[in-house]
Design a protein around this ligand. Structure first.
Ligand code: PLP
Length: 392
């Protein structure tokens, strides 16, 4: 007999994927241009030309070398290039040995939870949160504890966080810039967070790790994204190039375990062990080599900045409430009725695909991913107007 938990996960697609699949079906029925699909975080900005150039260059590498396995944790030269990039930007002194390369931020996070969690350990997430966190934490044998973000600005509610920490707390996960809200945690928030965690470490006498999930790190609109390990020593960073260089299908990312982490070597080896037990070894080597060549490539946020501007000014005019996003490419819009699912269903009647906030652990909002064509956003405005009218 198969594993029932796995069956349930496999047979119940996520709300985001379900809405995306509905959108594909609807587009086939009424035409691509008539569906305004804000459901998924697939970057609309093309990957930079340097990626295509690197792919062409690699065609000349002898096949026996090009297609060979790398070490489980990735090519040393790629990890060294990533270290150098971060050291230049953040004044750090990382080396190749601080990095474990694996398949996108998803595998990084899952490996970190598996590396850190013992049965019954608690991992705190800030709600609303990326729904897969719960899946990975529970798979690792942990308990996912939700702490709601502040309602006024969706920064971390430090008092609520403090109250939620227990002797079983092993880690806290943060995501800044944030999916689904678009918030970037301020330096003040992060310093407050570090103070709460350091205090709790003293009280409970064991490390509390901060897992910083950062696939949107470079996607910001004029605000600072502080380097989290410089603020709290016990930070592990999970990163991918899925959003920053528009390479989501190429499944490449890293876990960074800085030397400053308590028991850093043991934690790094536990990440390696988690990668081994999950089968997340030897990340796609072709794309390891690509990353080594394009690691310094800047992120193109221009198109998202324009989309953000068009959408927010239209929604201002129509009288919608939303959280002004400082980063990522999502707009968190207040539903016009308390039931977010019902509001999302109503939006569907206007061919507007908005993800209900229940999928992210809170009620009353929807998420619009504006990483889509500018033209689609412009043409979606009458649909937002009609949806508003339904509630007047
Ligand atoms: N974390 C967050 C907050 C995300 O939004 C995503 C993807 O959308 C991931 C992790 C997973 O990223 P990747 O595609 O690199 O696995």
């Amino acid at each position: 007999m198969h594993n029932e938990t796995m069956y349930n996960l496999g047979s119940a697609p996520s709300a985001i994927r379900e809405l995306f699949a509905y959108g594909m079906e609807r587009k086939a029925q009424i035409g691509d241009d008539n569906v305004f699909d804000f459901s998924i975080g697939n970057p609309s900005v093309p990957a930079p030309d340097s990626v295509a150039q690197a792919i062409r260059d690699l065609a000349d590498v002898p096949p026996a070398e090009l297609h060979a396995y790398s070490a489980a944790q990735g090519l040393e030269s790629t990890r060294a290039a990533i270290a150098e990039n971060l050291n230049k930007r953040f004044g750090t002194s990382y080396t190749a040995d601080n990095f474990y390369l694996t398949m996108g931020a998803a595998a990084c996070l899952s490996a970190c939870f598996t590396a850190l969690v013992n049965p019954g350990d608690e991992v705190i997430v800030i709600s609303p949160y990326f729904p897969e966190y719960r899946v990975w934490i529970e798979f690792a044998g942990g308990v996912c504890v939700e702490v709601p973000a502040r309602e006024d600005n969706f920064q971390i509610d430090l008092d609520a966080l403090k109250a939620a920490i227990t002797t079983k707390t092993k880690a806290v996960v943060i995501n800044t810039p944030n999916n689904p809200v678009g918030t970037v945690y301020t330096r003040e928030t992060l310093e407050g967070l570090a103070a709460v965690l350091k205090d709790a470490e003293k009280t409970f006498g064991h490390p509390i790790y901060l897992i910083s999930d950062e696939p949107y790190r470079e996607l910001t609109y004029g605000v600072e994204v502080p380097w989290v390990p410089a603020i709290y020593n016990n930070t592990l960073v999970c990163y991918s190039w899925s959003k920053s260089l528009s390479l989501p299908g190429d499944r490449i990312g890293y876990v960074l375990v800085p030397d400053e982490v308590d028991d850093a070597r043991a934690v790094y080896l536990a990440v390696c062990g988690a990668g081994r037990s999950l089968g997340y070894i030897c990340a796609p080597v072709f794309f390891q080599r690509i990353i080594e060549r394009v690691v310094d490539e800047p992120t193109n946020v221009e198109a998202y900045a324009v989309n953000r501007q068009i959408l927010t000014s239209a929604l201002d005019e129509l009288g919608y409430e939303y959280i002004a996003p400082d980063g990522a490419f999502y707009l968190w819009i207040k539903a016009l009725e308390p039931d977010a699912q019902a509001f999302s269903n109503k939006a569907k009647e206007h061919e507007l695909l908005l993800v209900p906030s229940d999928s992210f652990g809170v009620g009353g909002w929807v998420r619009a991913g504006y990483c889509i064509a500018q033209d689609t956003i412009e043409r979606s405005i009458p649909a937002f107007a009609a949806l508003k009218k339904d509630y007047e």
